[in-house]
Design a protein around this ligand. Structure first.
Ligand SMILES: [Fe+2]
Length: 231
């Protein structure tokens, strides 16, 4: 079973109001993503829900799963600083453009440092593109050196990227996405997280959320209030 490193012994236990403040801040930042790029916002919204479900599936406390969902909701915040010509390019990126794109997790972490959000949340966002074998970015972290929250986000992030349409690609069929994630165990992904995710996928009817042409307001996320919150 994947360990829960997102303990509850944070400043929020001492200052309970801080959690609500963090949520408000994250929702505002998610709104800036929505204003800039609806596709990225909707991707973040789905990843937040998937990550919350996965965290709960592996036994995380509701509060920790909720914090992970908040990280998921703004994990691509750094893309608001990537030029439109790169962000919306319908053809493969040049090496230079790819380097620009790869800066987005570090940019997001830098933006978040200016807000009153937890260090854990910032770290999760910064490392959501690290790979289990050390080939990811920005810090080439390897294995369990990657925060567990990031390891969970990576799987749900890729799942959503592969199952959604983009300007440059069609969505892949679910069985092919499942195979790709399974093949990535130990390379891109933490094998234990993959095992838990596939278990969840196989036992949850209609796991995949619909893509929307119109963004969903945050308080109308399907399932968010019933199963995906922590209050
Ligand atoms: Fe990303």
């Amino acid at each position: 079973m994947v360990a829960n490193s997102q303990g509850d012994s944070s400043v929020r236990e001492v200052f309970p109001g801080t959690r609500r403040y963090t949520q408000h801040t994250i929702y505002e930042l998610a709104e800036t993503i929505r204003e800039r790029d609806i596709v990225t916002y909707e991707h973040c919204r789905r990843v937040a829900i998937y990550a919350n479900r996965l965290a709960r599936h592996i036994g995380w406390h509701r509060r920790a799963a909720r914090e992970l969902a908040l990280a998921g909701l703004i994990h691509d915040l750094g893309k608001t600083w990537v030029q439109n010509s790169v962000l919306h390019k319908p053809t493969p990126l040049s090496q230079d453009e790819w380097h620009q794109m790869q800066r987005h997790p570090a940019i997001a972490a830098r933006i978040l440092l200016t807000y009153d959000v937890s260090d854990e949340l910032i770290e999760i966002v910064r490392h959501h593109h690290e790979a289990y074998d050390g080939s990811g970015y920005p810090d080439h972290l390897k294995g369990t050196a990657i925060p567990i929250g990031s390891r969970l986000l990576t799987v749900t992030d890729v799942f959503d990227a592969l199952t959604s349409a983009r300007s440059y690609k069609d969505p892949l069929p679910l069985h092919e996405v499942r195979e790709r994630i399974e093949r990535g165990a130990g390379a891109t992904f933490d094998p234990e997280v993959v095992q838990a995710f596939l278990e969840l996928l196989d036992t949850t009817p209609d796991f995949q959320l619909a893509s929307r042409a119109v963004p969903a307001p945050l308080d109308q996320i399907p399932g968010w209030d019933r199963h995906d919150t922590i209050e």
